[in-house]
Design a protein around this ligand. Structure first.
Ligand code: GLA
Length: 387
């Protein structure tokens, strides 16, 4: 892959000079959904799918970007003096946003770059292609300019760029997983403190299978921001009766004791999800540590139920996939993963059931929805870096 992309880079940009190569992965979240902006826990892992970047320094302040995924867009040119969001700049708003966020923190980019990008995360699948592009840009800048930033800083800078340059009010999970991933491990992250722990993903005789519904409903970003606002309002209402800084601080019992402070039935459901999902995530990680994969799977099913009925971020196509999976022998658990309203499910499937899972669910999904689903048997990879 790397050699092919370097060759493409040379043919495209010509010229001389040292060429460097980088990779940042996408992620799948095993459990802990819509908890990262509520001060709760998440449990994602990095994929071996992700975004590659081939880079050469320039002596002027020009930036040239090319994506092998969007060949028709050709080379998109800008400069370090034009780091402002621009709809015409298309996907390059992500790397530009990260450059902007570095400069905002006082890290001066002293010269321009030629960059070629290629990503193998299916677009719009909810497996964090944009976060991987942000983290990729972070490692490019750290390495090129020798900035003294940690990988956690790079995740935070990526989130800042997404929130304040690209207008999506996301939490820290995706960038953190891409920057901090570890082969064969998931990251148990407390988003309140950024304290984290790596947990080996030992599933005995089972595998993680991602199913891509290949649907992405519109209004994803606005519905996401609505959920955030609902949780923030619910938190304020709860703060009138109990001393908490985030919903993640409540146990289920504490929430039940105080829930009447939340004056709207929809907001009560949203806050309930945030509290219960956080506690479920803590319990699920404990179950995995105890090698109780069955319990881990049951908690994944409960997570989906809560996302479907209380948080209302699922959709018909995803529910079809999850219902089919949960009803199939050899499936220990299945749920929607990521922001929602389409995208992917994640399932734990016994090794000897994986082939049937793919063929049976593939067939029924196609019949019911009218297009194919895609399946990926997951390998958990390392976080971003040079390659
Ligand atoms: C998106 C966001 C994350 C997180 C998930 C939901 O992926 O980018 O920060 O909130 O949705 O768990």
């Amino acid at each position: 892959m790397k050699e092919k992309l370097i060759q493409q880079f040379q043919e495209l940009y010509k010229g001389e000079g040292e060429i460097r190569s980088y990779f940042a992965p996408g992620r799948v979240n095993l459990i802990g959904e819509h908890t990262d902006y509520n001060g709760g826990h998440v449990f994602p892992c990095a994929l071996t799918l992700g975004t590659y970047g081939i880079v050469r320094s320039r002596s002027d302040r020009k930036l040239r970007f090319y994506s092998a995924n969007f060949e028709r867009l050709g080379v998109i040119e800008t400069s370090l003096d034009e780091l402002v969001p621009d709809p015409k700049a298309n996907w390059t708003n992500y790397p530009k946003g990260v450059m902007w966020a570095f400069e905002k923190r006082g890290y001066k980019l002293s010269h321009g770059l030629d960059i070629l990008i290629y990503g193998n995360i299916p677009n719009g699948s909810g497996l964090s292609s944009s976060a991987s592009l942000e983290v990729l840009t972070g490692v490019i800048l750290k390495d090129t300019f020798g900035f003294d930033v940690s990988m956690v800083d790079i995740a935070l800078i990526g989130q800042d760029s997404e929130n304040n340059f690209n207008g999506c009010n996301c939490g820290i999970m995706d960038q953190f997983a891409s920057a901090m991933g570890k082969k064969d491990h998931a990251i148990f992250l407390d988003t309140n403190t950024l304290h984290y722990e790596y947990a080996p993903v030992v599933l005995k005789d089972a595998k993680i299978v991602i199913t891509n519904s290949k649907v992405k409903h519109s209004l994803v970003d606005s519905a996401y921001n609505d959920r955030r606002n609902e949780c923030e309002t619910a938190l304020k209402e709860l703060q009138a009766v109990t001393k908490i800084a985030s919903l993640g601080e409540l146990t289920e019992e504490e929430y039940e004791a105080h829930k009447d402070a939340v004056k709207d039935a929809v907001r009560q459901k949203r806050a309930k999800h945030a509290v219960y999902e956080n506690q479920r995530t803590i319990r699920a990680v404990e179950a995995l540590k105890n090698q109780d994969v069955e319990l881990f799977g049951k908690l994944m099913n409960a997570s989906h139920e809560s996302l479907r009925y209380d948080y209302e971020v699922s959709c018909e196509e995803i529910d079809i996939l999850v219902d089919l999976a949960q009803a199939m022998p050899g499936v220990l658990g299945s749920r929607i993963t990521g922001g929602g309203f389409g995208g992917c499910t994640v399932s734990i499937v016994k090794n000897d059931a994986v082939d049937t899972f793919i063929s049976e669910i593939g067939k029924t999904y196609q019949e019911k929805v009218g297009h194919e689903a895609e399946f990926y048997v997951v390998e958990i990879g390392d976080g971003a870096g040079t390659i």
